[in-house]
Ligand binder design. Sequence first.
Ligand code: DGL
Length: 259
Amino acid sequence: MNPNEAPIGVLDSGVGGISVLRELVRIMPRENFIYYGDSLHAPYGTKPHDEVHQYVLQIVDYLLSYPVKEIVIACNTATSVSVRTLRSQFPDLPLVGIEPAIKPAAIQRPGSRVLVMATPMTLAEEKFARNVSRFADQATFIPLPCPGLMELIEGGHLDDALVRDYLTKLLGPYLTEPVGAIVLGCTHYPFVRRLVADIAGAGVLIVDGSAGTAREARRRLAEAGLLYEGTRIGQVTFYNSTESEELLALSKRLLDMPY
Ligand code: DGL
């Protein structure tokens, strides 16, 4: 097979990375994608570092067996744990990760308080501390661990009383003083973006890294001369480590969900 025709592999601990996948499909509609959601081992964000790294390695091996021409780690947690090691292990593979959108928040809401919603692991990793320290003089970043939120989203709770209640309790205490932006620092959270915006109120910027990550994935492919330039319509193939029909159905639903 011509390497340009090979699929792009996208991975996450579950269905969250579909928020990145939909951006990838939007800007590269002729590419084929293989999406791997590891819901069997989810959540990653509350597990030990080394355990998460082993799961990520297994998925990367699986995707490389196709073979894929690029891998997008559509998971902030997996990126903070594994991207550096993977880059040294696979120096010739275009590999793109995602991190909380600290910079866009700092640039668009300078001087404000910025809440960073993410998994406990993402917020505890050194990568996050480094990212925040680069912009710490431009805004006040408040880390907001959200244990349990990805499980609600994996369970299909996108706009019901359960998830609204969770978010109201989580955000409420921080909204007593003005907030300039909320960073959705886990790829599951864009699926509850409207609810977050609704609870936060008018004027609060809600940002995530999915569009920037998709652009970077396209740029890396172009740089490697690996973009598909034919006329086919791209396909998305979903895999989930649970092999659950419900999760596959939810995956398809999320891919088509309006923003
Ligand atoms: N979607 C993942 C992220 O972007 C993590 C969710 C989890 O497995 O805890 O961080």
